[in-house]
Ligand binder design. Structure first.
Ligand code: MRU
Length: 394
């Protein structure tokens, strides 16, 4: 597995790689409070649906470990935990992993049996249960991603419309869904990693992913870091790539991650995903969503009800980068922010768009690959029966 780590954690200490400084600088920030986690997530120093949830959950664990909760009783401790989690939930609205993690953590602390314990012990039991559950979210995420990698690579090899003479395939991915967006391995990029490590990847194409360049700053970095055969394109080149290189470069699929897959399969992901799905359908290329079940939102019926985060205009009108010297070398000690558009132009900057289920061929989860049934709908009942029962059949 990759040595790249967005999140480093031991009990009482959480360090988060500042992704705004990548690919030029590797700097870890200490994140020791909910406020620091909120700021780190909002500013996108950490991003990606699973990583956001992990950082929020662990940061609150760190402050609890350090004695931030001044409550006396178990009930007051639970109220304190609830209030910190409700605050953290507002950091970024579209990715549902954070909401699902919060629901889980709230239920864990409520399940602690404290009736026979004296006050101080009851408080400790609640805090210990919270910290253990937050650590488990972090630990489980990598396992989940490795399974997504296995299921997704197998499904793709079985269903690829085109393969190289040696049986390899090429894929295009958007945004960053790798080790930097998770606790390790990644989701869509995890499938690419699994294809590569089994010798089945012919080539990976990654989009720049405007406006925030998660593709060129982060995915390209991960692909180069692991010596995978890869090419960067701008978002607007995908159509030309499919039209001219599909057969010659064995392009079989677009693989993306998800910030929220709702009950009918409609999927919110990084803006630009929808356009890629339309292009993929036109060109007979598979369109795959790789998402842990923690990114599935059974409460929301269709994509029309997903709240899409809108971000500040400067993400479109300005850009950061390291200065390139007259010798053509990147000088990482000189990072500059430059304007790329008139600063008074009106800007619309939705961070995500929604791809209708109709355009999605498969949703790859850690529990298996879900494809549409004969009625053309996704059905997540079989892969998550307990959550289905709790939400739909209650
Ligand atoms: C495994 S990450 C899945 C998604 O969160 C990812 O595709 C994405 O859209 C990330 O958006 P970001 O705005 O960088 O947090």
């Amino acid at each position: 597995m990759s040595g790249l780590q967005a999140i480093r954690y031991t009990r009482g200490k959480l360090e988060v790689l500042d992704q705004l400084r990548l690919p030029h600088e590797h700097h870890y920030d200490d994140v020791a409070t909910s406020e620091e986690a909120f700021d780190c997530i909002k500013a996108m120093r950490v991003r990606g649906a699973p990583a956001i949830a992990i950082v929020a959950a662990l940061a609150h664990g760190v402050e609890l470990h350090k004695g931030a909760c001044k409550a006396s009783t178990a009930t007051e401790t639970i109220s304190y935990i609830d209030s910190r989690l409700d605050y953290l939930k507002e950091s970024r609205p579209t990715a549902v992993d954070l909401t699902n993690a919060i629901t889980h953590l709230k239920s864990v602390v409520r399940a602690v049996e404290t009736s026979t314990l004296e006050q101080a012990a009851a408080k400790s039991a609640v805090i210990d249960a919270y910290i253990a559950a937050a650590e488990e979210i972090f630990r489980k995420d990598t396992e989940t991603n490795l399974r997504i990698g296995e299921h997704g690579s197998k499904w793709l090899l079985d269903n690829a419309p085109v393969k190289s003479p040696e049986g390899k395939i090429s894929v295009l991915t958007h945004c960053n869904t790798g080790s930097l967006a998770t606790s390790g391995h990644g989701t869509a990029l995890g499938i690419i990693r699994s294809l590569h490590s089994a010798g089945n990847l012919y080539h990976a194409f990654c989009t720049e992913t405007r406006p925030y360049n998660q593709g060129s700053r982060l995915t390209a970095f991960e692909l180069v870091y692991e010596c995978m055969p890869a090419t960067l394109i701008t978002d607007s080149m995908a159509g030309a790539l499919f039209a001219t290189k599909k057969a010659e470069r064995y392009i079989s699929a677009v693989i993306v991650g998800a910030d929220r897959v709702v009950r009918n399969g409609d999927t919110a992901n990084k803006v630009g995903t929808y356009a890629l799905a339309v292009l993929a359908r036109y060109h007979g290329i598979k369109f795959i969503v790789a998402a842990p079940t923690t990114s599935i939102d059974l409460q929301t019926t269709t994509g029309a009800d997903i709240k899409i985060e809108e971000r500040k205009p400067e993400e479109l009108t300005q850009i950061s980068g390291a200065v390139v010297g007259s010798n053509g070398k990147v000088d990482i000690s000189r990072v500059a922010r430059v304007a790329t558009a008139h600063q008074e132009i009106g800007v619309w900057n939705p961070a995500f768009d929604v791809t209708p289920a109709e355009l999605i061929d498969a949703v790859v989860t850690e529990k298996g690959v879900v494809v549409k049934s004969e009625n053309g709908a996704f059905d997540f009942r079989d892969i998550m029966p307990e959550r289905w029962a709790a939400v739909i059949e209650k």
